[in-house]
Design a protein around this ligand. Structure first.
Ligand SMILES: *[C@@H]1O[C@H](CO)[C@@H](O)[C@H](O)[C@H]1NC(C)=O
Ligand SMILES: *[C@@H]1O[C@H](CO)[C@@H](O)[C@H](O)[C@H]1NC(C)=O
Ligand SMILES: *[C@@H]1O[C@H](CO)[C@@H](O)[C@H](O)[C@H]1NC(C)=O
Ligand SMILES: *[C@@H]1O[C@H](CO)[C@@H](O)[C@H](O)[C@H]1NC(C)=O
Length: 775
């Protein structure tokens, strides 16, 4: 033990020196690689500022070139040329290009778009073994996708749109365990889709438009994450694909589909865009498609769909584009499609509708054609429609707009799927808020890497709750369940049916909040799962009655039983205070939580405004961060810092740079550390400055000076080396210039060192220190 103690500092110094040298070397070899890349790309204008003096890791990103580093090594490279960039000259060698590129061996995200790259994609690109996102759209790459790629187990996004790839898609494409986005639009792939694609369970986006695929689409009904399926302009068919009901976008236009539209489609409650145009779909057109709760774009033009429309059918309020042209529809144009507004397009030419508008055929034409395609307009369907409309009349009088549309949808679902439909919530349709598919959301969701996922093993799942369930859990939000009101809305304690305790945070929404925006954040929150974060268990929406907008969100969190860290550190009324060792280990937990947040969020997107009262302790006294940035709360995007200003006062360099947001967390962590060391509540920025100065001076002096500063409750048991390390890191976290503050890894390393020294000493002398440590 003695040995370990004495050697450690030297060892540390040595390691630091070694790693400094190493990272300098690494940086210069990286710069060389980038300059060589610039040369191989024929020195395009967009990279004209790159030269041997450029500090790439700290260069200003812009929309055509971005380099992102992590701990001195390049993890993201984005180079985006001008649209329609021509082929690079004959002398260009894709092989040398990729050989140079793979020297940036830590790349996780690589975008090389519109650069005129040409040639077959060399398999050695797979040497970038950390690659998670690859986008090489709009180049002139040809041949097949190299099989070597299959070794990239972390690959989450593969985008090769607008190239000249050909041949069939290989089976091994389905072997990426994390693949969420596969986009191969505008190439010359042919053959049918491998049936192994049904194993891509994380797939959210599959875009294969404008290729030469043919044959049936494999049964995707188990791909529950699939949100976007685009197959436009291929030769798929003839059967309508089987799909999960979470789809947001479904584009099947310009293929060889010849079946009817299956009833399931009317259960796709998140569907926003449905394009079936230019196929040979037959049979009745289900009018309930018009009233799907999320639908905004519906195109069935140029098919052989039949059926009678009624003028009193209802449409989703958000519907912006409807094209029914060139089918065999009869009856009347629904009133909800008649109202002409500037932002709503309705096309219905060449049907047999009873209207003078848009060139209709005479009625017998459609009847004959319907006979010719072998399917009569279905009687059953019409009956269903009128039944639904009738019940609507009764209920509709009571409830307003949104509920109205929702109920139409539910009734249709019920009629169509009596067996699969379980329970009809009368008002809060918990799941139905339209998820908008935003590419921003996807880029974040897909950034959660596997290692990060592993940290969440054994944590409870995430789901939607019904308002009824939450009312039951809290006795209708009774005052006895009320826990308090924070900056982020009211908090209630509740107990679910299964006995588990939860905390419910109630957020009121203004009408101006867009659903898309907070769906994005809700998804993000659902993905934030870690031992040192208070887990979100799910959410529930409450709606304004007069339209579809969300009036409130209930976020359900796990209940953490042991109160806040402050109550264990600086609350003198408290029965028990944490020992020095327990304090270090609480700090380690917080640092791990912060490290996780920094890994999952796009670097520096938000700081978390951490305060000691946001740190809760569980039954093992492990610390958990509650209330890490919940960006959907109001306009707060993490830029407003409540409590203590993290910018210090002197050098407030407010700069949008990612790093600085992260460094705000480091500052706030420093404030928590200060309280842990002092054992006194810290309430003002001024106090922070004064204490930090004191600590710095004490640290420069001697052991007794340090002990005079630290909380008297622990100053007898903490080992000097441990205390010194803690004080040092605390002072560094609180430096005014964000650039001078340590990285979270650095913080964590020091805390663990402090713990190790203390632990070794405890082992030696058998002190009564608790050992809650798990480095
Ligand atoms: C990005 O920076 C380069 C070099 O300064 C410049 O040529 C280019 O126009 C910039 N692009 C944009 C979109 O600002
Ligand atoms: C690929 O990158 C380009 C340039 O950033 C972007 O415009 C395009 O949307 C990306 N492709 C996909 C499918 O995200
Ligand atoms: C697919 O394309 C390749 C090359 O473009 C061609 O050789 C092959 O015959 C095509 N296969 C089918 C089934 O059409
Ligand atoms: C809708 O129209 C049909 C046929 O015109 C009619 O039988 C039905 O009563 C109407 N329903 C409502 C609610 O007006």
């Amino acid at each position: 033990m003695e040995k370990r103690l004495h050697h450690s500092p030297f060892f540390v110094l040595f390691t630091i020196l070694l790693s400094v040298c190493h990272s300098e070397q690494q940086q210069s070899s990286q710069s060389q690689a980038l300059l060589r890349i610039q040369e191989l790309l024929n020195i395009p204008d967009i990279l004209s500022v790159w030269n041997s003096k450029t500090d790439f890791c700290n260069s200003e990103p812009n929309s055509s070139s971005t380099v992102v580093c992590y701990e001195g090594s390049i993890t993201q490279l984005h180079i985006i040329g001008k649209k329609g960039a021509p082929l690079l000259p004959r002398s260009f060698s894709i092989d040398s290009f990729i050989t140079t590129l793979v020297k940036l061996s830590d790349l996780k995200v690589l975008t090389l778009v519109s650069l005129g790259l040409w040639g077959p994609l060399p398999g050695k690109i797979a040497r970038l073994s950390s690659l998670e996102i690859l986008n090489m759209s709009s180049n002139f790459l040809y041949g097949s996708i190299p099989q070597e790629l299959s070794s990239l187990k972390g690959l989450q996004t593969l985008i090769l749109d607008d190239n000249m790839f050909s041949g069939q898609l290989p089976d091994w494409l389905s072997s990426f365990p994390l693949l969420a986005v596969l986009s191969l639009k505008k190439n010359s792939f042919n053959g049918s889709l491998p049936s192994s694609f049904i194993d891509l369970e994380n797939l959210r986006v599959l875009s294969l438009s404008h290729n030469r695929f043919f044959g049936e689409v494999p049964d995707f009904s188990h791909l529950t994450n699939l949100q976007l399926l685009e197959l436009e302009d291929n030769a798929f068919g003839p059967k309508f694909p089987r799909l999960g009901n979470k789809l947001v976008t479904l584009v099947l236009s310009k293929n060889k589909f010849r079946s009817g539209i299956p009833a399931e489609v009317t259960s796709y409650y998140q569907l926003q865009r449905l394009d079936l145009s230019f196929n040979t779909f037959v049979g009745p057109f289900p009018p309930s498609l018009l009233s799907l709760p999320s639908i905004t774009y519906l195109n069935i033009a140029e098919n052989k769909l039949t059926g009678m429309l009624l003028d009193n059918l209802s449409c989703n309020v958000g519907l912006k584009f409807v094209d029914l042209s060139y089918n065999f529809l009869t009856g009347r144009l629904p009133n909800c499609l008649q109202s002409e507004t500037r932002d709503k397009v309705v096309l219905f030419t060449r049907n047999c509708l009873a209207t003078r508008k848009q060139n209709q055929h005479p009625l017998p034409f459609c009847r004959n054609e319907a006979l010719a395609v072998g399917i009569l307009p279905e009687r059953k369907n019409q009956k269903q429609a009128s039944k639904a409309v009738l019940s609507l009349g009764i209920v509709g009088g009571i409830l307003g707009g949104f509920a109205f549309v929702g109920i139409v949808f539910l009734i249709y679902r019920r009629l169509n799927f009596k067996s699969t439909f379980k329970k009809t919530p009368t008002r809060s349709i918990t799941e139905n808020a339209s998820t908008s598919y935003s590419s921003k959301f996807l880029s974040d969701a897909r950034y959660v890497s596997q290692t990060v996922k592993l940290g969440s093993l054994g944590l409870p799942g995430y789901r939607t709750f019904s308002l009824e369930e939450l009312k039951e859990a809290t006795n209708s939000f009774d005052t006895s369940s009320f826990m308090g009101e924070g900056s982020h809305g009211k908090l209630y304690r509740g107990q679910l049916k299964d006995g588990s305790l939860v905390v419910i945070r109630c957020l009121k929404m203004k009408k101006s909040h867009s659903t898309g925006n907070f769906m994005y954040h809700l998804e993000l929150i659902s993905k934030l799962r870690h031992r040192h974060l208070v887990s979100a268990l799910g959410y529930c929406f409450e709606y304004y009655l007069d339209d579809s907008s969300v009036s409130g969100i209930f976020l359900v969190f796990e209940y953490v039983p042991n109160g806040t860290l402050r109550s264990w550190i600086s609350d003198r009324r408290s029965r028990r205070l944490l020992t020095w060792m327990q304090r270090i280990s609480a700090a380690i937990g917080i640092a791990k939580g912060i490290q996780y947040l920094h890994t999952v969020m796009r670097p520096g997107e938000y700081s978390n405004n951490l305060e000691i009262t946001d740190i809760l302790l569980d039954h093992n006294l492990d610390s958990k961060i509650s209330c890490y940035n919940l960006p959907l709360l109001g306009e707060n995007t993490g830029k407003t810092v409540h409590g203590i200003s993290s910018d210090g006062s002197k050098n407030a360099v407010i700069d949008a740079r990612a790093d600085q947001e992260d460094k705000k967390d480091i500052y706030n962590f420093g404030v928590i550390l200060l309280e842990i060391i002092k054992g006194r509540p810290i309430k003002s920025a001024n106090q922070v400055d004064v204490l930090a100065d004191q600590i710095q001076m004490a640290n420069a002096a001697d052991d007794s000076a340090r002990r005079s500063i630290v909380d008297p409750a622990v100053n007898k048991v903490c080992l000097d080396q441990s205390l010194k390390t803690m004080m040092e890191i605390c002072v560094r976290c609180l430096l005014n210039d964000p650039e001078d503050r340590p990285s979270i890894e650095d913080v964590l390393w020091n805390l663990q060192y402090a713990a190790q020294v203390q632990d070794a000493w405890r082992g030696e002398y058998g002190s009564s220190e608790g050992s809650a440590i798990s480095p």
